[in-house]
Design a protein around this ligand. Structure first.
Ligand SMILES: Cc1cc2nc3c(=O)[nH]c(=O)nc-3n(C[C@H](O)[C@H](O)[C@H](O)COP(=O)(O)OP(=O)(O)OC[C@H]3O[C@@H](n4cnc5c(N)ncnc54)[C@H](O)[C@@H]3O)c2cc1C
Length: 65
C-alpha cells in the first residue's frame, strides 16, 4: 500500500485547500470524498449558463489578491 504524508477526509473547501497547499510544499496527500463531487457545501452546478449553489447560496468576501 502506498504511503502518504496526509490523509484528508472530505474534499470541501478546507480539505481541498489544505491538499492543494500541502502539495505545493511537496507533500503527498490522499483525499477521500463521500459525495460524487468535490467542493463540499460550496459546490455549484450549471443550469442554463448560471452557476447554482446546490446546498444554498454562498457569498465569499475575499481580498481578491
Ligand atoms: C446554506 C449555506 C450558506 C453558506 N453561506 C456562506 C457564505 O455566504 N459565505 C461563507 O464564507 N460561508 C458560507 N457557508 C459556510 C461554508 O459553506 C462553509 O464554511 C464551508 O463550505 C465549510 O467547508 P468545509 O470544507 O469545512 O466543509 P464542507 O463544505 O462541509 O466539506 C466537507 C466535505 O467532507 C465530506 N465528508 C464528510 N464526512 C466524510 C467521510 N466520512 N468520508 C468522506 N468524505 C466526507 C463531505 O461530503 C464534504 O464534501 C454557508 C454554508 C451553508 C450550509
Amino acid at each position: 500500500m502506498k504511503a502518504y504524508d496526509y490523509l484528508v477526509v472530505g474534499a470541501g473547501l478546507f480539505g481541498a485547500v489544505f491538499a492543494h497547499e500541502a502539495a505545493l510544499r511537496g507533500k503527498t496527500i490522499q483525499v477521500i470524498e463521500k459525495r460524487d463531487h468535490i467542493a463540499g457545501n460550496i459546490y455549484t452546478h450549471e443550469v442554463d449558463g448560471i452557476q447554482v449553489h446546490q446546498y444554498g447560496a454562498h457569498i465569499f468576501h475575499t481580498s481578491g489578491a
